[in-house]
Write a protein of this length. Structure first.
Length: 273
């Protein structure tokens, strides 16, 4: 699926075309980009002066086949800040390459976005946390055996911005939303993890586990944006949960915590620039 022109020193033809399509669709001037994970798409409805651009209207945007991922961009304003929201994402486990998975992220940078806010639904490893709940991603563990970075993009340290982390904490306090902090482990998927795998992830320092976000965070930072990420802990991970895991539970948990999630983002996004 990869056209091979989005990484390293080769001209970013597909990324540039996607950025142009977004700009023509109403996203020009956006300062903050937001990617919404499974079950979290309702936040896009809060934008003022909104314009919607379907993935199917943009030839260079890969299309998701996962339930709960709407497949649209919404450009608008929130708290006086121009925002572009990506509702739905594509995943490595669908067969897309790291380049394709992160194409929209690089297009956001090409649009001029200064900050990238990633969200996801994740399984929780912290037994003491309520479910569902929200977690600020303090760092991640990339166990996907994939990277979106080219030869001249090898970064060092965490891609998550310290100033945005502080702004998230302040926004949570003002919105009266309980926000935990922890490490996100990104696995390839698409299968859920075994109890033994979850026990291993806990031993190496993970608080949440999912199948997205890490490539996007790396690409966003490499493209010059400040990056923050929020996980919706939608279910206890395997071996912690007393019931079998299913995607419907993930989507339902996103709806259950939508109020807290939306209040947090509404308070945070104007602080992200």
């Amino acid at each position: 699926m990869d056209d091979g022109d989005d990484r390293g020193d080769v001209p970013l033809k597909a990324t540039e075309r996607l950025a142009d399509g977004l700009a023509q669709g109403g996203a020009a001037g956006a300062r903050v980009a937001l990617v919404l994970g499974s079950g979290l798409g309702s936040f896009a409805e809060r934008l003022e002066n909104a314009r919607t651009i379907g993935f199917d209207e943009l030839d260079d945007m890969p299309k998701s086949r996962v339930p709960g991922h709407a497949g649209r961009f919404v450009a608008g304003e929130l708290g006086g800040v121009r925002v572009v929201v990506q509702s739905g994402r594509v995943h490595l486990y669908e067969g897309w390459s790291p380049t394709e998975v992160t194409r929209s992220v690089r297009a956001f940078a090409a649009l001029g976005c200064e900050a990238l806010v990633l969200t996801n639904a994740a399984g929780g490893l912290a037994r003491e946390w309520p479910v569902p709940c929200l977690m600020r991603v303090s760092d991640h563990i990339n166990l996907q055996s994939r990277t979106p970075l080219g030869a001249n993009e090898a970064g060092s340290g965490s891609p998550y911005d310290a100033e945005l982390a502080r702004a998230l904490e302040e926004a949570a306090e003002r919105a009266r939303v309980e926000l935990f902090s922890g490490v996100y482990a990104g696995l390839l998927g698409p299968s859920y993890e075994t109890p033994a795998e979850i026990a291993h992830l806990g031993r190496i320092g993970a608080h949440a586990v999912g199948m997205s976000t890490v490539c996007e965070a790396l690409a966003g930072r490499a493209a010059g944006m400040r990056v923050a990420a929020i996980s919706c802990i939608s279910n206890p991970a395997a071996g912690i949960s007393a019931t079998p895991l299913d995607h419907g539970e993930v989507v339902a948990a996103g709806k259950a915590i939508a109020g807290d999630f939306e209040r947090l983002l509404a308070e945070f996004l104007p602080r992200a620039v």
